[in-house]
Write a protein that binds this ligand. Structure first.
Ligand code: AMP
Ligand code: MG
Length: 413
């Protein structure tokens, strides 16, 4: 149980996580441009046409077993059938089978003219060219019919569908090598900060390596997007402006990290308001309180905080659903589960916490423990965690044994 519960009213001008998510998604419409892509590149893409079957799949009557094909009527007059040939998959038997005759047939091979039934080889005995039937198969047994899978003229996949591996195979079974999908959004991203150094360069006093751009790059690789890495931008109005203009011209969405608090070196919001529109949102969430959101012309904008944990949390909760909607995906809230915390959890009432946790699935249900310290510069806490522990705004410290909600990273990345 929560040990201290405060009134659940947000301060003036502060948004709840859900309100911010809703506002962001309301302002986004999916990309409409279409491109023709090789089917091999289409996995996970959004189909931009209705697809019809131009012909039946399978296209011909064929056998579902290795065995013998014959006319069912033969069984009224014959117990033995004379084998007159073989029908291979891809090399059909071209003759006509008469009553009292059969052909050896392989799985997937066409049923020859005159046949309508297949006896599986396990139920038949071969004596020279004579095939002795040990059972009485039903008419049509072990036969697969044209259109069993896809019927000619049928719509098999509709516009807006996110293509799965099975869908790709289905389209391939119709002989199509290219299909129309929505263009991928182009996502630009950059890091701001005079203290940031490129990996591989020596560090001077006061400098740190830029980790956020690597994290963002990795997170973006899990999404259906093209990426444009704009590098490290120093804390200078002109440099920030140049980068923003490039993103505006070349991308659908820009993500920045750092430079969004009210420090003297924070040029992100001021540049955005000069070149586009800005919403500077305070959110009742921890980590990642300030989020700058807006647009540069047609380019959407997310100014994430600088601290590495805040970058990941705000990306996953706000930028990721926005990108998915932009790409034409149906966006749903990620699934959370109830888990019992095995460790006490420290929390200050007033903000919704996304603490880092390690959960396990046990026969008693989900159990979770904290990764320890929760400050937003401790990226290792994200690396050790496999879920967020989501703690409601009004809650205070929690004792071990309390039921909490967990949001597994697997449902997010
Ligand atoms: P800022 O929002 O720019 O004031 O940055 C907040 C904190 O995050 C500071 O400690 C920054 O040094 C740190 N930070 C900002 N950008 C990065 C980055 N790209 N990689 C690692 N740490 C960063
Ligand atoms: Mg900074």
């Amino acid at each position: 149980m929560s040990t201290s519960v405060t009134c659940d009213v947000l301060p003036e001008g502060v948004l709840s996580v859900e309100q911010a998510q809703e506002r962001i998604l309301d302002g986004i419409t999916a990309i409409t441009e279409i491109e023709l892509v090789d089917l091999k590149q289409a996995h996970g893409r959004i189909l931009a046409e209705d697809l019809q079957a131009d012909f039946d799949v399978p296209p011909h009557c064929n056998s579902s077993m290795d065995g013998y094909a014959f006319a069912h009527q033969s069984l009224t007059t014959h117990t033995n059938l004379t084998q007159i040939g073989i029908s291979w998959a891809g090399r059909p038997y071209l003759g006509t089978v008469q009553l009292g005759e059969c052909v050896r047939i392989m799985t997937g091979a066409c049923l020859p003219a005159g046949t309508d039934t297949v006896e599986m080889q396990e139920n038949a005995e071969k004596l020279g060219e004579q095939i002795i039937m040990h059972s009485s198969p039903k008419l049509g047994e072990n036969v697969r019919y044209p259109g069993d899978d896809l019927k000619q003229g049928e719509t098999i996949l509709t516009n807006g569908r996110k293509l799965t591996a099975a869908d790709i195979g289905l389209i391939a079974s119709l002989g199509k090598s290219h299909i129309n999908v929505l263009r991928k959004p182009r996502i630009a991203f950059l890091s701001t900060g005079d203290e940031l150094k490129l990996a591989g360069m020596p560090l001077a006093w006061g400098e740190i390596y830029d980790s956020n751009r690597y994290t963002l790059n990795a997170l973006l690789q899990n999404l259906p997007v093209d990426i444009l890495d704009l590098g490290i931008i120093p804390d200078q109005a002109e440099a920030v402006e140049q980068a923003f203009l490039q993103a505006k011209a070349q991308s659908d969405l820009l993500i920045t990290s750092g430079g969004v608090s009210v420090g003297d070196a924070d040029f992100v919001a001021s540049t955005l308001s000069r070149l586009g529109q800005v919403n500077f949102w305070k959110m009742a969430m921890k980590p990642g309180k300030p989020l700058t959101h807006g647009r540069l012309g047609n380019c959407l904008f997310f100014g994430l905080p600088g601290n590495p944990v805040s970058v990941m949390a705000t990306f996953l909760l706000f930028a990721r659903p926005a990108i998915l909607k932009l790409a034409g995906h149906i966006v749903t809230q990620p699934v959370t589960y109830t888990a019992k915390t095995l460790t006490p959890l420290k929390k200050t009432p007033g903000r919704k916490d996304f603490q880092r946790g390690i959960y396990t699935s046990t026969e008693r249900g989900y159990e979770v423990k904290t990764t320890g310290k929760q400050e937003s510069h401790l990226l290792r806490s994200m690396s050790q965690a496999n879920c967020f522990i989501v703690l409601e705004r009004a809650w205070g410290d929690l004792e071990a044994g309390t039921q909490v909600q967990i949001l597994p990273f697997d449902n997010l990345v």
